[in-house]
Design a protein around this ligand. Sequence first.
Ligand code: FES
Length: 157
Amino acid sequence: MAEIIKKTKSLITKHGKERSALIPLLQNVQTEYGYVPKESIDLIAEELSIFPVEVYGVLTFYSQFHLNPPGKHTIRVCQGTACHVMGGKVILDNLSDKLGIEDGETTEDELFSLERVACLGTCGIAPVVAIDEKFYGNVKLNEIDDILNKYRETNEK
Ligand code: FES
């Protein structure tokens, strides 16, 4: 925690304490940790003289920000037009049910994070799910367990 405070302080020094520094500052913190820790939020609010609830407002408004540490594997489920037409929403809902998490959350075992995303650029193989850098195309509901199990079996946290 001390390291997070120290790093956040140095980022505040870099960006300044103007209100306009808030978003670049939060982006930098997220680049550093993969999410924006509570300790950073409290310190940024204090130093920029704004209420923490306002910082949370920004963090929840922009989907690029995460409030939880990312899992070992990030599952991105495309919700672009082509994927939507081909059942991308059903795939997302199914993954959400199986993992017990919603968009932007991480499983308790910290193995998976789930993200809904716009077009992944591979519409020809819709619906598309990407896990880390690997793309799965023409995904069918009955394939999801096998896909997840590959990561469960080969990865201990
Ligand atoms: S809409 Fe899903 S990859 Fe383009």
